[in-house]
Design a protein around this ligand. Structure first.
Ligand code: PMP
Length: 435
């Protein structure tokens, strides 16, 4: 039993100002959201005084946990000097130099405020560069709220299993024209994807991918599949865009490098802002030049943003990235291995129908023994009979905040003590729900 008295009071207030009581759908929780009082490293303290191990980390942003001292100090110092200017600052140069010096595909970069915006501008850049309007993306992947990137973000995996994926708008009234200009591909399904791409040469500006898409069940893109897409892009002059808003956290050089590709464009966000709003588009120098070109009518691709490259996000991001040296990534890798091993040991001991997998600081609990290879496999077990919502609810009672799709994220301040807390809570939660 958890106390949620104060959260209940705040949610009641929320009903009077926000549709549905909240100002982003992603915090909705039945019967009410958990209002947070503060964060301490990897821990959340809610307004009712409950202490929760935070495996959400603001949707994978907080790679150093909450209130990381070097970030707080950098932001506090910048607050005294001003928060935003209609001028460039040296801080944006420092963050850009760090990222371009470290990430092989990032030859040039532009900063924006969110991952959504980064994906939107990457797609626009691909269009402006190729002079083509269509794009292709994977079924089930999440890339933020831009209409084109949202196509077929969630289709029903149980009813559509036998059919190839189709382009579907993400909300009632979504323009048909957007779906008509978007091709949806089935992750890791070489045959279906080859068929879907046949005859599209010369029409696609870009293929937008995520090498380990969280909403597809954190499934790594397979080498053979990646080869098919890269090959198509090379042959047809289509740009490959790797969305690393989430997966940049996989490695010192980012996820594309880990997967052995050098995309034409990539998008970033989350960890590069140190917990302040950020997004970035980076990539091949000649492609990125599209942002700097103009003709007699003006810029070929206008890109601004009142708060883009604001110095608070820049100094916070720099502090975050500077602390992410190779040793920090090695620590995150080891933590991830320890969590996967500990949770799989609990599963084996209790003989439950689950598996835990993932890479680096990301892991996922899947309610079946077989590790999925495709989006549809990953969510085939979802539905009323899935134990995941009950498991997440039970974990909360034992002091663990795990997002409801079962994908958890680790951070640098975690130690063996947090791994033990998680595996003990997992054992107790499974017992609670009768597994
Ligand atoms: N792309 C990916 C892969 C993401 O995970 C997210 C956010 N979860 C976005 C884009 C959108 O980023 P933002 O929420 O900053 O707009």
């Amino acid at each position: 039993h958890r106390v949620e008295l104060r959260s209940a009071q705040l949610f009641e207030r929320g009903q009077r100002v926000f549709p549905g009581g909240v100002t982003r759908t992603t915090v909705v929780r039945h019967p009410r959201p958990i209002y947070v009082e503060r964060g301490e490293g990897p821990w959340l303290i809610d307004v009712d005084g409950n202490r929760l191990l935070d495996l959400n980390a603001n949707f994978t942003t907080l790679i150093h946990g909450h209130a990381f001292k070097p970030i707080s100090a950098a932001v506090a110092a910048q607050l005294e000097r001003g928060t935003c200017f209609a001028n460039p600052t040296e801080h944006e140069l420092a963050l850009a130099e760090l990222i371009c010096g470290r990430i092989p595909a990032a030859e040039r970069i532009r900063f924006v405020n969110t991952g959504t915006e980064a994906v939107m501008f990457a797609l626009k850049a691909a269009r402006a560069f190729t002079g083509r309007s269509q794009i292709a993306k994977l079924e089930g992947t999440y890339h933020g709220g831009y209409d084109w990137a949202e196509i077929s973000e969630h289709t029903d995996p149980s009813t559509s299993r036998a059919q190839p994926p189709i382009a579907l708008g993400n909300y009632r009234g979504a323009p048909q024209s957007v779906a008509a200009e978007t091709i949806v591909l089935a992750l890791n399904d070489v045959a279906r994807t080859a068929t879907a791409l046949a005859g599209t040469e010369g029409k696609l500006a870009a293929i937008l991918i995520d090498v380990m898409p969280s909403r597809c069940g954190l499934i790594p893109i397979e080498p053979e599949y990646l080869e098919l897409l890269s090959d198509y892009c090379r042959r047809s002059g289509t740009l490959l865009i790797s969305d690393e808003v989430l997966n940049l956290r996989q490695d010192f050089e980012g996820a594309s490098a880990r997967f052995g590709i050098k995309p034409d464009l990539m998008t970033m966000g989350k960890i590069i802002g140190g917990g302040l709003p950020i997004g970035a588009i980076a990539g091949r120098r000649d492609v990125m030049e599209i942002f700097a070109q103009r003709d007699s009518h003006g810029w070929l691709l206008p890109q601004g943003g009142t708060f883009s490259a604001n110095p608070l996000s820049m100094v916070a991001g720099l502090a975050s990235m500077q602390a992410l040296d190779r040793a920090a990534f090695a620590k995150l890798e080891a933590l991830g291995d320890a969590v996967r091993e500990a949770l799989n040991a609990v599963i084996a001991k209790r003989n439950v129908d689950m598996s835990v997998y993932g890479r680096a600081s990301l892991f996922r609990i899947q309610p079946s023994r077989r590790i999925p290879r495709t989006y549809r496999e990953a969510f085939a077990a979802e539905g009323p009979s899935s134990p995941m919502p009950r498991l997440c609810e039970a974990l909360l009672r034992h002091g663990v905040n795990l997002p409801r799709h079962g994908t958890g994220v680790l951070s640098t301040p975690m130690t063996d003590a947090e791994v033990r807390h998680l595996s003990d809570a997992f054992t107790a939660a499974l017992a609670d729900i009768g597994l």
